[in-house]
Design a binder for this molecule. Structure first.
Ligand code: SF4
Length: 187
């Protein structure tokens, strides 16, 4: 059978491969344009996401939309947004390596199905998994690397920007760099 986001969602919905299935209200696969060239990849669902089943809602989602709009992107039309983990860690603690490993097969299938040309990692957990296991967001944010034909860049997680507002102008520069990279590739 040909794989699809719908098949993937149904598998994630019933997944019990790690302990996070015990506390979840629902799963969060991702949303946005399935044909988007850009994938934004966060860490894990938070409380509002766990209730709604949608990634990046609440204050973090609002800030992310603001950054996208300022860079001239539409969240609905230009971007697909997902997380490394599809279920919420209790009290929003950091994902454990065993949880990331358990969920990685879903993420890899999702990336294959979406086939993005650009992946932007939101925060350390995502950047260390996708770009470089020693990635330091404060040092390497906004830097581009290319792997297997996909452009990768890490920046500050919106929740981190809300806690440390001095990160926001840096993230704005990174999203401006995303615009530039997008236009270079697709102009
Ligand atoms: Fe399954 Fe991933 Fe949820 Fe763990 S986080 S239960 S691996 S879908």
């Amino acid at each position: 059978m040909t794989d699809s986001l719908e098949i993937l969602y149904n598998e994630v919905l019933h997944c019990r491969a790690c302990g996070l299935c015990e506390g979840r209200k629902t799963v969060v696969l991702g949303n946005g344009a399935a044909n988007a060239k850009i994938l934004l990849l966060g860490e894990a669902p938070g409380e509002a996401e766990d209730k709604s089943g949608e990634p990046f809602v609440g204050r973090s989602g609002k800030l992310l939309c603001e950054l996208l709009t300022q860079a001239g992107f539409s969240r609905e039309q230009d971007i697909y947004i997902a997380n490394m983990l599809k279920c919420r860690p209790p009290k929003n603690r950091n994902p454990k390596p065993c949880e990331l490993a358990a969920c990685n097969g879903f993420l890899q299938r999702q990336i294959k199905l979406l086939a993005p040309k650009i992946i932007v990692c939101l925060g350390r957990v995502s950047a260390q998994s996708i770009i470089d296991k020693g990635f330091k967001v404060t040092v390497q944010h906004g830097q581009w690397v290319q792997k297997d034909g996909v452009w990768l860049m890490g920046t500050f997680h919106p929740a981190s920007q809300l806690r440390s507002p001095s990160q926001k102008p840096l993230a704005m520069c990174d999203f401006a760099a995303l615009r530039t990279k997008h236009d270079e590739i697709f102009a």
